[in-house]
Design a protein around this ligand. Structure first.
Ligand SMILES: Cc1cc2nc3c(=O)[nH]c(=O)nc-3n(C[C@H](O)[C@H](O)[C@H](O)COP(=O)(O)O)c2cc1C
Length: 243
């Protein structure tokens, strides 16, 4: 199927397609409730094919993707969710954050958490509700398609840079097809279950997951739009060099 046809099929659902790159970047956000409408395999292949134009050091293309839908997605989600709800001991294989994240990151992280919880009426101290909401990660927030990303273990930090570009490319191409996403580091904690159920070779490491589908814009959590620092907060225009 050609890309323009794929765009047409998706116009009536979710948030609608955004064709230009600025629009795709500006409209991308983490969506945490999806409609049940399926995303055709052809369209997922098209998204992955376009996203694989992402740059990578010496064109090494370090990404590997497992696309999970239908009964396989439901069964995988159920097994991980059960492990999560029962507090089974599952450990991350790599650290996303340092033990003490410090400022300004801690304040931003808190603002993000409370901003999201605020949309769904979760107040401070309501740990049971927080746990249920976190558990929705493992159902890919009801998206019909879940993506699991892996990387060869022996690759170094440079390939992880490349990976980020590939992930962002997927999220942007998805927007151009009227689809939405949520990148999900939460899955990395349950790598043992994922590795076994998806028959992932031992020399690959689970990087993260991603929900892919049509946004349910009636869901209050999807009304949350995160802040960003102004440019002056993170960029310096240097016109005089130190000696
Ligand atoms: C690599 C990566 C992993 C993430 N993992 C999760 C996750 O497990 N669960 C979740 O709800 N959001 C996750 N997020 C979404 C972030 O919370 C989100 O990107 C951030 O708050 C900024 O909001 P925005 O994506 O709506 O712009 C992840 C984002 C990235 C880039």
């Amino acid at each position: 199927m050609k890309a323009d046809k794929l765009h047409k099929t998706s116009e009536s659902k979710g948030r609608g397609a955004v064709q230009d790159i600025v629009g795709a970047i500006s409209s991308r956000r983490s969506i945490r409730a999806f409609l049940p409408d399926q995303v055709p395999q052809k369209q997922i292949e098209e998204i992955l094919s376009i996203a694989s134009r992402a740059p990578s050091g010496t064109n090494t293309q370090p990404w590997k993707v497992y696309v999970v839908s239908g009964d396989a997605r439901l069964a995988l989600s159920q097994e991980i969710l059960t492990a999560f709800m029962n507090d089974e001991d599952h450990q991350f294989e790599f650290k996303y954050y340092p033990d003490e994240i410090g400022e300004p990151y801690l304040a931003r992280r808190r603002a993000n958490g409370w901003g999201l919880y605020g949309t769904i009426g979760i107040v401070k101290g309501d740990r049971a509700k927080m746990k249920v909401q976190h558990g929705r990660n493992y159902k890919f927030f009801d998206a019909p398609t879940g993506l699991i990303f892996t990387i060869d273990r022996h690759l170094e930090i440079g390939s992880w840079f490349d990976y980020g570009m590939f992930l962002q490319s997927i999220m942007l191409v998805a927007r151009s097809f009227g689809l939405d996403t949520c990148p999900q580091q939460a899955f990395a904690q349950y790598h043992k279950i994922i590795q076994r159920r998806l028959s992932i070779p031992k020399d690959e490491m689970v990087v993260c997951g991603m929900a892919l589908g049509y946004a349910d814009m009636a869901a209050p959590e999807n009304s949350y739009v995160t802040d960003r620092e102004p440019v002056a907060g993170f960029a310096k225009f240097v016109d005089e060099l130190a000696q």
